[in-house]
Design a protein around this ligand. Sequence first.
Ligand code: NAP
Ligand code: F7E
Length: 357
Amino acid sequence: MTRKAFVTGITGQDGSYLAEILLSKGYEVHGLIRRASTFNTCRIDHLYEDPHDPDRRLFLYHGDLTDSLQLTNLLYDVAPDEVYHLGAQSHVKVSFEMPEYTGNVTGLGATRLLEAVKRSGIKASFYQASSSEMFGSSPPPQDEDTPLRPRSPYAAAKVYAFWMAVNYREAYGLPVSNGILFNHESPRRGETFVTRKITRAIAHIVAGKQKYLYLGNLDAKRDWGYAPEYVEAMWLMLQQAQPDDYVIGTGEAHSVREFVDEAFSYVGLDAREHVKTDSRYFRPTEVQVLIANTKKARQRLGWEPKVTFGQLVRIMVDADMESQGLKPIGEGRATLSRLGLNHADRALVNPTGGVER
Ligand code: NAP
Ligand code: F7E
């Protein structure tokens, strides 16, 4: 029997990679997309299948995490074996500007989906996309037992969703797992997250379209990994006999400043000539250092990341150079083929260019 997966957030960075690996493993993939006045499916366009094709394995449905009725109807109709809940308002800085909306979508959205699984009576394993942001001010290294001390409306919403996931597991016996993922990046990362903002700006600077890059806190440290490896961990969690919670990361932290220096020097530019700070990109409360302790995931899932910090930077810079029609330096591309990671990753390009600098 073909296994069926239901994915919220399928148009996002992680959803697009997850859909790819599920299809490659023979799954039928059912994804929730938002209705928008412009197309929002650019990350999954390469997977698109004609709805008239009787053999297609990718199905897309309009819906929203604020619409419980549609979520319940869809889960009842599709009857998936696995549910991956990745949909969220996922930008931390934006969550300070839209705290109520973030709580509604990122927090209550998880409750709506959990309740939809329960009410529709399906026996699906459930993945909740929890986040290292939940650790907030708890000192590193962080593992599954580290206290949750959120520092933003986004993190508070994720803490609520995390505990609702645990509650549905304990109260109703639903096979629900939390993946507590540390930052993971790729050429498909949204353009206003700091890594992609940097690599995209570098390509624009080389192409002569931009001179300066404006950033906020350069001292924050993050544990950055490569997104396609992290979606594999999500799948592994739902293949375990028992549902559980797992921390996923590299175990290594670097500052935003280090990312900037590594990326600029890769293309032979001096960051000091191009990078300025702008107070609008600082957050009212910041998470200073995140470093994952992934002992549990290594031992129980056999999961281990391969892509290093330097390789990640090079993969992203190469992809952004290519998206600007420039010749990539090439080390990023070489890393992907050396590691057998055949993600012919093209950088996500916003045609209007209407994003921050
Ligand atoms: P992303 O690129 O921002 O994608 C978010 C997805 O959620 C998009 O498909 C978006 O649709 C969808 N979405 C937003 N609001 C929605 C709504 N009201 N109803 C239905 N769908 C909605 O995020 P990501 O980086 O792939 O992350 C995936 C998940 O993991 C998120 O829950 C995020 O919070 C969490 N997470 C991410 C990281 C990371 O480092 N990437 C780490 C830990 C946890 P549109 O395309 O239409 O906007
Ligand atoms: O910020 C600093 C910023 O927005 C990283 C989401 O996927 O990962 C992500 O959240 C750091 C922060 O990611 C700029 O202050 C400096 O310290 O790329 P980011 P994030 O906030 O860590 C977690 C795990 C998630 O769950 C989230 O969904 O970089 N920083 N200057 C900046 N950040 C941004 N965005 N823009 C700047 O100009």
